[in-house]
Design a protein around this ligand. Sequence first.
Ligand code: ADP
Length: 516
Amino acid sequence: MAPPAPVPPVNPSGSPHSPPPSHTATVAGVPVDTRHWIGGERLASASATAPATFTDHSPIDGAPLAEIARGGVAEARAAVVAARDAFPAWAATPPAERARLLHAVADGVEARAEDLAAVETADNGALLRSHRRGVMPRVAHNLRYFADRLLALAHDDFETRGHTNHVSWDPAGPAVLITPWNAPLMLASWKIAPALAAGNTVVLKPAEWTPLTASLFADIAHEAGLPAGVLNVVQGYGAEVGEPLVADPDVRRISFTGSVPTARRIAAASAAHLVPCSFELGGKSPLLVFADADLELAADLAVEQFDNAGQICLAATRILVEESVRDAFLGHFLDRVTKLTQGDPRDETTDIGPNIHPRHVERVDGFVRRALDAGAKAVTGGGRNTALGGNYYLPTLLTDVAQHSEIVQEEVFGPVLTLQTFPDGDEDEAVRLANGTRFGLAATLATGDRERAGRVSARFVAGTVWVNCFFVRDLSAPFGGSRDSGIGREGGDWSFDFYCDLKNTVTAPKGWARHG
Ligand code: ADP
């Protein structure tokens, strides 16, 4: 008799001869579950045909960090169904109770801030000190802010011929949140907080290069008491699990932060079910330096654009300086650049860490090479930091660049700035250059003249304008971009407007039953 055929493994990554795959990776000393979080359960990928995991590497040294569950159509659907099924009960949960739970999640984030910071730095290479002191406190703040804002959400009634018109915010349903790798948990919490506060349920898909803190966040939310299915996390590649998520008929909102080509694909997919999308995309924002500016301050603002190794969508990467102060400004700028320390993002003294991935560094370098070939000059930087190797790219400033050139028009998303000048006193030309790309995310200007600041700000095509400052922003203010930088605004009540279906209830003054 022939021996029986071997039973194929349920989880293809675990061959019959190798030990079953571990579902926990230890990253920076912190155990992280590498599976999806769907319907209140940890799940590995179930596909019998596709690989069950992918490898997540650290940008710091390229070391493999974890084997992450690689989601596909089945996991996307399971997560949306879990969110759909959990929606009625969560939507019916009194706002005060939803707010209480979000504050409990914020408590959990604060309690595990050190773990979150260490894991985030290992995974995306941004500075540990900024994760500790800026980012993780901000994640908790995002949750608390929207919990409190929910309870204050109100609009005055309108009145028409004695009829009251009462406005209310109804949660829309399951929301798919797709996030990028440059600020993983910060951006996830910026979307999760208002979506959950409003009474929606959520499927979060973090970027495949930075999947880890989303998994820790799922644990924290669970431990804080968030009901099963209210928050789901699916891991994997955009093309494999992102696409079925945004095409799912049970999804009611999509919030996406990422690249323009991906936004176009999501918009096309969401059109099938007319699902509203909020897109926060790239930028090529200007920093205008007028001759009347405090040039020391202007140079500080310029150097700030190297934060996160230039991987910030808001970064003002195009410096536009009034001709007569070009050299003075450049002197202050170069003074500061020479004092920057590049190195391991876990060191307290490091100012600039690595970029995210060898493929991304290749792309950044491609932009710089082509610009240099076209006649640009690197006043500082201009290539990889060969002393450090790996993903470390020198902070770079390119001059002699033309307005129509690729380096001025396209988002590089690395530590690469360009410098152009405008003629003395020519505010019109300054504004023309500033607005002269297909983006419209932000604009920064340095000037000592209050009236000029008002005039020029009013002419910028930009979602956010900073005058003599950068990056400061109140969570109540609208945030988003114009043109190719995005669609819609989130922040404050604008977030609730997006995640909710607004309702107007008109009540007549008469027609009430008489009692007694
Ligand atoms: P980047 O080029 O900076 O990685 P992307 O726009 O490709 O930016 O990625 C941002 C996020 O979008 C990631 O979570 C990624 O997995 C996801 N994504 C990529 N392609 C798609 C897609 N077709 N549908 C849905 N999500 C996607």
